[in-house]
Write a protein that binds this ligand. Structure first.
Ligand code: GAP
Length: 444
């Protein structure tokens, strides 16, 4: 049963604390498009950095890429998106509502009382019609079909068409990979669940080029590595599982596909896909571009089109996963405590510096500490209100540590470190604070 209350609470916290706002809210909002506020932009940036570190910096066999969003329109013919990236839709001629044909049975008609589309006597449904999910625009001043370009619906194609450029300009040899983080756009018919399915989103994709015949082994290796990454960012292992695509589910390009699913308040849903795409993409681009895209293996003295193992995650979707997984409510001394138990590496603010009271020289020492620490990490200074309330504000923002300057600090130059999760406290030398914090943020 979907826990909509939890999602409502999360959406409300995200707005209240500046994680995520609805796009163009003052104009009534734009459907399923969201903006990241001061804390949200930090969270998403930290997530992307963790991914980039694991996929590019920590490996010798993967290079990074940042391809343009706009690409030659033939790319999308070769990829199959012009012909096949469609959803069958059914329109109601009476109320003008539109439904995905495969969801008519579970959708609600806007007429009252709400029933399934087609169930009212006035309903007048069309036959299913194919609707392409790509956003179209025009390049240059003339709006004609020759000038049509698309906002990319995935970042992967930018990698395929650059694979030889990367190979020829780096010291890589097959097997090797190319990783990219970037925006993608899909005119989704049934977007929703906050930032889970949106029309503009970011993908973190990696395409790994391998010798045909070694693809299955690499596929298994990447499955293990990617599940491991989700554990490392702190997601609850029992809320993660595999879903294997059956024959009826497999995309046209895939020989095998597994999704990593997370148990959201609205049910188990995909957060990342691992696909064995064979040589489908390179052979299509070779055919449509007329350019040879084969790899020459000098050692074996043979030419072949590499097979591709893809790992594809949504940055926004993983950000939602991290938020949903971290959200918890506790009763402490008869009061509700809302906590975002974010991994310190992902937390937008790494620590807050708080003078216990606004007098006796405590603010001066606290401000000096704050200015020193923020040269290294994002920090927050807060001297307003009771100390308990200030801790609660930081708990809700996911800040893992609070450094409190108190009477004892003035005597022995130690501060109190308060831990968000256990709410325990310990003392630490003022001059050790930077090293202590940097170690904890880098760990894990
Ligand atoms: N290149 C392969 C590809 O794009 P996909 O399963 O369509 O595969 C991969 O998308 C990932 O991108 C998904 O697992 C999800 O995390 C994210 N994603 C896809 N559509 C999305 C949407 N409308 N909103 C947010 N994230 C989305």
């Amino acid at each position: 049963m979907a826990d909509t209350t939890l999602m409502d609470k999360l959406v409300s916290l995200c707005k209240r604390r500046g994680f995520v706002f609805q796009s163009s809210e003052v104009y009534g909002g734009l459907g399923s498009v969201w903006d990241y506020g001061p804390l949200g932009v930090e969270l998403k940036k930290n997530l992307k950095e963790r991914w980039w570190r694991a996929m590019v910096h920590a490996r010798d066999d993967i290079e990074g890429l940042d391809a343009a969003i706009l690409m030659h329109p033939r790319v999308w013919e070769a990829s199959g998106h012009v012909a096949g990236f469609t959803d069958p839709l059914v329109d109601c001629r009476t109320c003008k509502a539109r439904f995905r044909a495969d969801q008519v049975a579970t959708a609600s008609c806007p007429q009252k009382p709400s029933k399934a589309p087609g169930a009212h006597s006035a309903c007048d449904l069309t036959e299913p019609r194919l609707f392409n999910l790509m956003f179209k625009t025009f390049m240059g001043p003339v709006e004609e079909s020759a000038a049509v370009v698309y906002l990319r619906p995935e970042t992967a194609q930018g990698i395929y068409v650059n694979y030889l450029n990367v190979l020829n300009s780096s010291r890589q040899r097959v097997p090797f990979g190319i990783a990219q983080i970037g925006k993608a756009f899909r005119n989704e018919i049934t977007p929703g669940n906050f930032i889970f399915r949106t029309r503009e989103f970011e993908q973190m994709e990696m395409q790994f080029f391998v010798r045909p015949g070694t693809d299955e082994e690499w596929f298994e290796r990447w499955r293990g590595l990617r599940m491991g990454w989700h554990h490392e960012i702190g997601l609850t292992p029992s809320k993660l599982r595999w879903h294997e695509h059956g024959p009826g589910e497999l995309a046209h390009y895939a020989k095998a596909a597994f999704d990593i699913e997370y148990e959201f308040p609205f049910g188990w849903q995909e957060i990342e896909g691992i696909h064995n795409r064979t040589d489908f993409d390179l052979s299509r681009h070779q055919e449509y571009s007329g350019k040879k895209l084969e790899y020459f293996d000098q050692a074996a003295n043979e030419r072949y089109l590499p097979y591709i193992v893809e790992t594809s995650a949504g940055a926004d979707r993983v950000a939602l996963t991290v938020l949903a997984d971290a959200y918890r409510e506790e009763q402490v001394d008869g009061e509700l405590r809302v906590v975002l138990g974010l991994h310190p590496a992902l937390a937008p603010i790494k620590a807050a510096v708080l003078p216990l009271v606004k007098k006796d020289g405590m603010p001066e020492v606290a401000l000096a500490l704050y200015h020193d620490l923020r040269r290294h990490l994002p920090m927050f200074y807060d001297d307003s209100g009771a100390i308990g309330r200030r801790y609660r504000r930081m708990d809700e923002a996911g800040t893992p540590f609070c450094f409190t300057v108190d009477g004892q600090t003035l005597e022995d130059r130690t501060i109190t470190v308060r831990h968000r999760d256990a709410m325990t406290q310990e003392r630490l030398g003022l001059d050790q604070a930077a090293t202590w914090l940097l170690e904890r943020v880098a760990a894990g």
